[in-house]
Design a protein around this ligand. Structure first.
Ligand code: SF4
Ligand code: SF4
Length: 503
C-alpha cells in the first residue's frame, strides 16, 4: 500500500492499496445451489422494515412478493426460491448496530417454481412515472452497499435538475470483484439498465466510471456500446485509487463537479447508481425478475478457492463458503464487505442480503495492532479524501463535543477507513467517527422528538386556552343576556305599574 501521488484531478488524499482481486476473478461466476433454508431479512434497505404478506405455513414461489414496503424509503421483499415459510424470527445478520434482525425463514422444496411477472421489453413506450412505479415493485436497492431504494432515489432526483446519470463501476476496495465480473459477463444487461434509467429520468447523458485496472470489463462495455451505437453513454476510466468509488469522489473525477459539503450529487445535477443496480433494473423491467439474487465475491486467505458466485438472497454465508471449497486452516475472521468498510461477524449463519458484495475470510483482522496515543503526525489528514482533520475529530469524538464535531465536518466523513490505515498509532478512527455520528443522530432524533412533544404540549395548551376563552365568552354572553332579561323584566313591571298608577 502506498499513498497516491500521481495527478488525480481534484481528488484529495486517497490510497493505492494492494488490490488482491485476481484470486477471485480467474473463473466465471458460479451459481450456488438452492440452500435447504433461506433466511430473508425484512429490512435490507435504508428505510423501515418491510411488512410480511404471508403467514407461517404458507407455500411461496420464487419471485413472489412476501413483504411489502413500509414508508417512503422502504423496499419490497421477494422469495428467492419456492418452499414453505416456517418462521419469522430474529436471526443473526450483518448490521452496523445490533446483531439480529427479523427474518423470514423459508424451507426450500428444491423445485424452484417461480411466479410469472409482467415484462416490459418496450419500456420506452411507458411514461417515466409509470416506469418508476414499476421499478419500485422490483425490490431494487443500491447494490453498491448503500441499499437506498432505487426508485425512491430516482423520484427524489425528479425534484432536482438532473442532467447526468453516473454508473459507478469503481470497485476500489481491495478483494471485491463482483462488479468487475458482472460487467465482464453481463455488460449488455448493465447497458440496458442504464438506458432504462435514462428513460425514467428523462435525460440523455450517462457516464460509466470504471477503474483502469479492469480491462476485460471495459472491453465488454465498449463492445456492447459499439454494437448498439448509443452515443448517450460514455465509459470513463479513473485511476485505481481508494476511495475513487465514493459517490462524491467519483462525481468529482468523471464529471468534474464538486458536491457541496453536506449536499448530495443530485444537488449538482448528477444521479449515481451502481452497475449491479443497473443490471437488476434490466432484469426486473425487461425480464420480469425481481431482485432475488446477486453476485458476491468470496475470498481471502481463509477460503480454499476464492471466486465470484451468484447467490440467492437469504443464502447462509456458510453455504457460500462451501461452494468456494470451504475454509482453510488460516480462517479466523469473517468480514461481510471489504477490508476497509466491511463488518466482521461472529457466525456464518448470517445470510447473503441485497447489500452483500463480498464475504472475506482472513487469518487476522485488517489493520489490527495495539492502539497507542496520537503522535500528531498528520498522516490521517493527508490521506483523507474529504480533506477533514481526523486527529482533531478523534479528539472531539473522545470529548463527545458535538458542536466541534460538526464544525470540523464529521457529517462529511464517508467512513472510508483511509485514516485508520495510515495511522501509525493504530487508532480505530473510523469506528470512533461512526459511533460519534450515531450519537449525534440519536441526539438529533431525541431533540426532534422533544421538539415534537413541546409543539404538541403547546398546541394542547393553546387549544385549552381557546376553549377556556370561548367558554368564558359564552358565560359572559349568558350573564349579559340574563342581566338584560332581568332589566327588561323589571322595566316591564315598572311600566305596568306606571300604567296602573295613571289609571
Ligand atoms: S474515514 Fe472519514 S475522516 Fe477518515 S479518511 Fe475517511 S473520510 Fe476522512
Ligand atoms: S495518523 Fe494517527 S497518530 Fe497521526 S495524527 Fe492521525 S490520529 Fe494521530
Amino acid at each position: 500500500m502506498t499513498a497516491a501521488t500521481f495527478d488525480l484531478g481534484k481528488l484529495h488524499g486517497g490510497l493505492r492499496l494492494d488490490a488482491n482481486k485476481a484470486q477471485a476473478t480467474g473463473s466465471d461466476i458460479v451459481s450456488i445451489p438452492i440452500p435447504d433454508q433461506l433466511v430473508i431479512p425484512l429490512k435490507q434497505h435504508v428505510g423501515e422494515e418491510a411488512q410480511p404478506l404471508v403467514s407461517i405455513g404458507d407455500k411461496v414461489l420464487r419471485g413472489q412478493l412476501i413483504a411489502e414496503c413500509v414508508g417512503s424509503l422502504g423496499a419490497p421483499v421477494h422469495a428467492s426460491s419456492s418452499g414453505t415459510l416456517v418462521a419469522i424470527e430474529p436471526w443473526p445478520v450483518t448490521r452496523r448496530f445490533g446483531d439480529k434482525a427479523l427474518c423470514m425463514i423459508i424451507e426450500t422444496d428444491g423445485e424452484d417454481r417461480a411466479i410469472e411477472h409482467d415484462t416490459f421489453p418496450d419500456y420506452d413506450t411507458l411514461e417515466p412515472a409509470a416506469l418508476l412505479e414499476r421499478i419500485v415493485s422490483g425490490g431494487i436497492v443500491g447494490l453498491g452497499g448503500a441499499v437506498f431504494p432505487t426508485a425512491q432515489k430516482l423520484m427524489q432526483a425528479g425534484t432536482c435538475e438532473i442532467d447526468m446519470l453516473i454508473l459507478n463501476a469503481v470497485e476500489c476496495e481491495p478483494y471485491i470483484s463482483c462488479d468487475d465480473m458482472l460487467m465482464r459477463e453481463r455488460a449488455a444487461e448493465v447497458i440496458s439498465g442504464a438506458q432504462i434509467l435514462l428513460h425514467a429520468l428523462g435525460i440523455d447523458r450517462c457516464l460509466i466510471g470504471i477503474e483502469s485496472d479492469k480491462p476485460e470489463a471495459i472491453d465488454a462495455l465498449l463492445s456492447v456500446l459499439a454494437e448498439i451505437d448509443d452515443e448517450r453513454i460514455t465509459v470513463k476510466q479513473v485511476p485505481t485509487v481508494y476511495p475513487s468509488g465514493g459517490e462524491d469522489q467519483l462525481v468529482q473525477l468523471i464529471a468534474n463537479r464538486e458536491v457541496p459539503s453536506g449536499g448530495l450529487p443530485t444537488d449538482i445535477g448528477c444521479l449515481v447508481q451502481n452497475v449491479g443496480t443497473a443490471a437488476a433494473v434490466h432484469d426486473w423491467i425487461v425480464d420480469g425478475r425481481p431482485l432475488t439474487s446477486r453476485v458476491t465475491t468470496i475470498t481471502g486467505n481463509g477460503i480454499e478457492a476464492p471466486m465470484n458466485v451468484r447467490a440467492r438472497i437469504g443464502t447462509p454465508v456458510g453455504d457460500v463458503a462451501k461452494q468456494a471449497g470451504g475454509y482453510t486452516d488460516k480462517a479466523e475472521v469473517l468480514i461481510i464487505g471489504g477490508p476497509m468498510t466491511g463488518k466482521s461477524v461472529s457466525t456464518d449463519e448470517v445470510p447473503v442480503v441485497k447489500a452483500t458484495n463480498c464475504v472475506l475470510v482472513m487469518s487476522e483482522p485488517p489493520g489490527d495492532g495495539k492502539e497507542l496515543p496520537c503522535i500528531r503526525c498528520g498522516e490521517c489528514a493527508a490521506a483523507c479524501p474529504v480533506q477533514l482533520m481526523p486527529q482533531q475529530l478523534f479528539w472531539y469524538a473522545c470529548a463527545d463535543n458535538e458542536d466541534k464535531l460538526r464544525e470540523y465536518g464529521l457529517t462529511d466523513c464517508i467512513e472510508c477507513g483511509c485514516c485508520d490505515l495510515v495511522c501509525p498509532s493504530h487508532i480505530p478512527l473510523t469506528f470512533d467517527f461512526r459511533m460519534a455520528k450515531a450519537r449525534i443522530r440519536e441526539q438529533a432524533d431525541e431533540k426532534a422528538r422533544a421538539e415534537r412533544a413541546r409543539r404538541r404540549f403547546e398546541a394542547r395548551n393553546e387549544r385549552l386556552e381557546r376553549d377556556r376563552e370561548s367558554r368564558d365568552e359564552e358565560l359572559r354572553a349568558q350573564k349579559a343576556q340574563a342581566k338584560k332579561a332581568g332589566r327588561d323584566a323589571i322595566a316591564e313591571i315598572l311600566a305596568r305599574k306606571r300604567g296602573k298608577d295613571k289609571k
